[in-house]
Ligand binder design. Structure first.
Ligand code: IPE
Ligand code: IPE
Ligand code: MG
Length: 238
């Protein structure tokens, strides 16, 4: 392999370990989420400076509704604040925001802030920042397939014409290249229903660092590991 450092185009992150980070410090779990939210902003900036073109982060899963009401409320409030305060920053840093996941279950005011933020940053040309909220990969695939089924019913396509591209394009990530690197922080080694379809060939990187402690150094380490791998797509190395 040559020594040239290749930057992954799209990095996806399962930001895990907030609760354990807080517990270790004798703080409520919500303090871990608050620190985690600050880290997201920093890592977005770092990723952009490193030349990463797309960053996708898992903020709230379809399964996270089963947490205690108070924790869900506090996570939603953090997201609410983020949507309201980040526009100025996005404008300054040329960031383009897209929220992936089923937004229809979110509070009305949050849906409105998200729509405004997506609209107002749509023409930015810098890093693409995807935030997964009420996101579950299986749910996303179901919604994509439903959209195609409706087109079949309307007679726009034949069932046999449905192909991988159509399913890909109807996912919430439609139009965005699939992640080449998936990072999970916090020590667990599982996917937890994140981007199952899109990460079919992503390199996986697991680290023990809890998300609130994650820094540019950790991101660089992940990129280094990515660079040391021989990427294959089922064929032989070219
Ligand atoms: C990740 O941290 C943030 C969310 C899932 C919202 P956790 O809250 O899962 O933290 P741990 O895994 O319990 O430490
Ligand atoms: C995955 O973390 C979801 C997010 C990071 C938003 P979880 O902590 O919810 O996942 P599990 O329960 O460990 O699989
Ligand atoms: Mg967790």
């Amino acid at each position: 392999m040559d020594n040239e450092r290749r930057m992954p185009v799209h990095v996806a992150i399962i930001m895990d370990g907030n609760g354990r980070w807080a517990k270790k410090r004798g703080l409520p779990r919500t303090a871990g989420h608050a620190q985690g939210a600050r880290v997201v902003e920093q890592i977005l900036e770092d990723a952009d400076h490193m030349g990463i073109r797309y960053l996708t982060v898992y903020a709230f899963s379809t399964e996270n509704w089963s947490r205690p009401d108070s924790e869900v409320r506090s996570l939603m409030n953090l997201l609410r604040t983020y949507m309201k305060t980040s526009l100025a920053k996005c404008a300054k840093n040329n960031v383009r925001i897209r929220v992936i996941g089923d937004k229809s279950r979110l509070d009305e005011d949050l849906q409105v802030s998200i729509a405004n933020l997506e609209r107002d940053t749509a023409h930015n040309t810098g890093i693409g920042f995807q935030i997964a909220i009420n996101y579950g990969s299986r749910d996303e695939i179901v919604r994509s397939v439903r959209a195609l089924a409706k087109n079949v019913r309307k007679g726009l396509i034949e069932p046999d014409e449905i192909n991988e591209n159509m399913i890909t394009n109807n996912l919430d990530t439609g139009g965005i290249p699939e992640p080449d690197l998936l990072i999970r922080t916090g020590g667990e080694q599982r996917i937890s229903n994140f981007l199952l379809w899109q990460t079919a060939y992503a390199e996986l990187y697991f680290c023990d660092t809890a998300w609130p402690d994650f820094s540019k150094k950790d991101l660089e380490k992940a990129v280094e590991a990515f660079n040391s791998r021989e990427r294959r797509y089922g064929g032989l190395i070219s």
